[in-house]
Design a binder for this molecule. Structure first.
Ligand code: TYM
Length: 357
């Protein structure tokens, strides 16, 4: 069995991108692998947050994992902040991570640019600019080392994620190799370590379709929880009416027919891919069914398929909401199981690095 670890941030409601890029694969992988799925609340505080909203979103995200089919009898589900080893290993990893590696991270560059956009505005007030600059926290910068800790603590072989997280997993691999090179090897083996390796080098697990679901308003930018326009994404808890409206307003083009893969038609590729995922058909089937359709014909079908695919998830979600004690119980049990694995890794790394353990 392979060890699997993944996680999502509890900011807002999970959307179709999260579902097709990641959560759906959590569900597939739990069948035959040893899976750990976490709600990464410590990552959610790298940007401005509201305590009440964080608490609510954390439970909501956990409930959405379960409603999506993540099964506590098959996988370990836990909240990151409830397992102390995550913050502890992060420090150890940070001291082995060159600043330059973090400076290259695209997600950091994008997020910090967004946060400090006001700075470039010549007409903006100095005080406002200062505030904007100060809204980029150190945690936003070191974020990927916390993510590396999440993965390495469980000695994960596979990490199911969407395309946007690939660079973070490459960084995780680099950090792990560095620790292994510096502190693993013969000395570590002599102390009883496993085959000379302190940490396991993980692989990303990225789906062939759905790895990058795009915004409904712009087929060249990804669907995201933080985009201002809620019409740019389908949230897993959207009502049928909302889903219909969002697809009706989704950006299209003036070409005839529908096709995958035309670089001038990113919206067509995106909406056809969503249709493919919602119906579980092959690309060929979709092309033969929809290739000659007009947008006005296709959009209601798409909405209908997505509504139907989310319906079972939404009714399970409502059942779970009715019983918060059940959910908290699962998370508590998950955290205990996770801590047992994670604590051992921290002890191993500390031992290899020369701490008195
Ligand atoms: P997050 O919370 O932004 O997203 C959760 C998962 O959803 C995927 N995803 C997408 N997939 C396809 N299309 C999209 N438009 C789309 N948007 C998001 C993400 O790739 C992710 O798999 N840093 C991570 C959370 C994290 C993590 C980890 C993941 C922290 N520690 C350890 C894996 C392992 C993040 O911000 O994901």
């Amino acid at each position: 069995k392979k060890r699997v670890l993944s996680g999502a941030q509890p900011t807002g409601i999970l959307h179709l991108g999260n579902y097709y890029g990641a959560i759906k694969n959590y569900v597939d992988l739990q069948e035959n692998q040893d899976a750990f799925y976490t709600i990464v609340d410590l990552h959610a505080i790298t940007v401005n947050h509201d305590p009440k909203e964080l608490r609510e979103s954390t439970r909501m995200t956990a409930a959405l994992y379960l409603a999506s089919g993540v099964d506590p009898n098959k996988a370990t589900i836990f909240v990151q902040s409830q397992v102390r080893a995550h913050t502890e290993l992060t420090w150890l990893l940070q001291c082995a991570t060159p600043i330059g590696w973090l400076e290259r991270m695209i997600q950091y560059k994008e997020k910090s640019r967004k946060l400090r956009r006001v700075e470039e505005d010549e007409n903006e007030d100095e005080e406002v600019k200062r505030k904007s600059r100060e809204s980029v926290s150190t945690g936003l910068f070191t974020y990927p080392t916390l993510m590396a800790a999440d993965i390495l603590l469980y000695r994960a072989d596979l990490v199911p994620v969407g395309e946007d997280q690939k660079q973070h997993i490459e960084l995780t691999r680099d950090i792990a190799s560095r620790i292994n090179d510096k502190f693993g090897g013969r000395k570590w083996k002599k102390r009883g370590g496993r085959g000379g390796r302190v940490l396991t080098i993980p692989e990303p697990y990225i789906p062939p379709v759905g790895a990058r679901i795009m915004s409904l308003q712009d087929g060249t930018s990804k669907m995201s929880k933080s985009a201002e326009n809620d019409g740019s994404r389908i949230n897993l808890l959207d009502t049928p009416k909302q889903i219909e409206t969002k697809f009706k307003r989704a950006k299209t083009d003036l070409f005839e027919g529908l096709e995958f893969g035309n670089p001038e038609r990113p919206e067509a590729t995106n909406l056809l891919s969503i249709y493919q995922l919602a119906t579980g058909q092959t690309k060929e089937q979709i092309v033969s069914e929809c290739g000659s359709m007009r947008w006005s014909e296709f959009k209601p079908k798409l909405a209908e398929a997505v509504i139907a695919s989310l319906e079972p998830l939404q009714s399970r979600y409502n059942e779970l909401l009715a019983d918060p004690a059940y959910l908290d119980g699962i998370l508590k049990e998950g955290a205990e199981k996770a801590a047992a694995v994670a604590d051992q890794t921290v002890t191993d790394v500390k031992d290899a690095m020369g701490f008195v353990v």
